[in-house]
Design a protein around this ligand. Structure first.
Ligand SMILES: *Cc1c(COP(=O)(O)O)cnc(C)c1O
Length: 353
């Protein structure tokens, strides 16, 4: 890492250049996709895809109610309407049966989010999109190399958005992102939009924005990309160890991979009605946890204006009170996992929950 960073410093070129081209080439080869367009971050990647699709003003885009606000913001930022849809009670990704109910004549696209590393049901969603003439967009920010029925995330829709935020399964040393697409025209439009409407200097075909990958970030990603597969495998091992050590605890729900899924465990999300007490108990025992997410998107201050209620999103309303993310990252040791699991077991035994 020191060596490749030193080379960027001595070349003194900090946006674009050879490391960025190399990353785009390797990431598209990894997915067997014709186009990879590097961007500034994952939110921009989604923004650029929607912008390039040129949907009619006010068109509806179906977005999961449960997840990261970055999946919804790019919709509104493009003058489109986020249509929140509840998620599957066991898999936490879009539930096709509920998506059908949200489709109206104004709907133009669906954003499928591979949340926590769990692949969204892209086959069923793709079918729905074909039936109703909608675009399927994949948000792969938490789903690097996750698979369902052998299909890797990022290949099923018109385009897919990736984030390389430092904590993602593939993380840069700052913000970075990219778009994958097989559509030549869309790829060119996205590339232009990400660089002030220009493919080369001063060639402004239209207005765009500034969303490019830093050379330093590309250099970091080129090194880390070689480890992505291995690191994902390590995450899966840790998840398996948690599953074994935490099975059979009453009042505790473990993550459940969807049928045909190869979950990549960006997050290992457990659920308990005693979430807050459990979280405090773990903190008191030196174990840091997180809550992804404290509120479903329709219930955040940002979307209050839509006047949506918990009865509209029963699964989301439950999840926000129950979810807890346990430590998971490739360097976590089997001994640490054992200690965490033992502490959780103690909590449920001692508290008699
Ligand atoms: C992180 C994330 C994003 C946004 O990516 P940034 O690079 O932080 O802009 C979008 N969607 C999901 C599901 C994410 O987890």
């Amino acid at each position: 890492m020191d060596k490749v960073l030193q080379r960027v410093f001595s070349d003194a070129r900090f946006i674009g250049g050879q490391p960025v081209e190399e990353f785009e080439k390797n990431f598209s080869i990894l997915h067997n996709m014709p186009h990879c367009i590097s961007t500034g971050n994952g939110t921009d990647s989604l923004f650029l895809i929607l912008k390039a699709l040129n949907l009619p003003a006010g068109a509806g885009v179906i977005v999961p109610a449960w997840g990261c606000i970055a999946s919804a913001e790019p919709v509104s930022l493009n003058g489109l309407k986020p249509v929140f849809c509840d998620v599957h009670p066991d898999y936490y990704t879009l539930d096709p049966a509920k998506v059908v109910e949200k489709i109206s004549p104004e709907t133009k696209a669906i954003i499928a989010v591979h949340l926590y590393g769990q692949p969204a049901p892209v086959q069923q969603l793709k079918q729905l999109c074909e039936q109703h003439q909608l675009y399927l967009i994949e948000d792969c920010a938490q789903g690097h190399l996750t698979k369902v029925n052998g299909t890797v995330a990022g290949k099923s829709g018109v385009a897919s958005a990736f984030s390389f935020y430092p904590t993602k399964n593939l993380g840069a040393y700052g913000d970075a992102g990219c778009v994958l697409t097989a559509d030549d025209d869309l790829a060119e439009r996205i590339r232009r939009l990400a660089n002030h409407g220009a493919l080369k200097k001063d060639d402004h075909l239209m207005e765009g924005t500034n969303s490019r990958m830093d050379t330093l970030q590309a250099a970091v990603l080129n090194v880390k990309l070689r480890y992505l597969y291995k690191w994902n495998e390590r995450r899966k091992e840790i998840a398996l160890q948690y599953n074994q050590l935490l099975s059979g605890i009453e009042g505790l729900i473990l993550p459940q991979p969807a049928p045909g899924a190869e979950h990549t465990f960006h997050i290992y999300c457990i659920r308990s009605e005693a979430r807050n007490a459990l979280r405090k108990y773990l903190a008191d025992n030196g174990i840091e946890t997180a809550v992804h997410y404290p509120a479903g998107l329709p219930f955040t201050q940002a979307y209050r204006f839509l006047h949506l209620t918990p009865t509209d999103f029963p699964v989301t309303a439950n999840l926000q009170q129950q979810v807890l993310s346990l430590p998971i990252y490739p360097d976590l040791t089997p001994e640490e996992v054992t200690y965490i699991a033992k502490t959780i077991r103690n909590f449920f035994t001692v508290s008699g929950r």
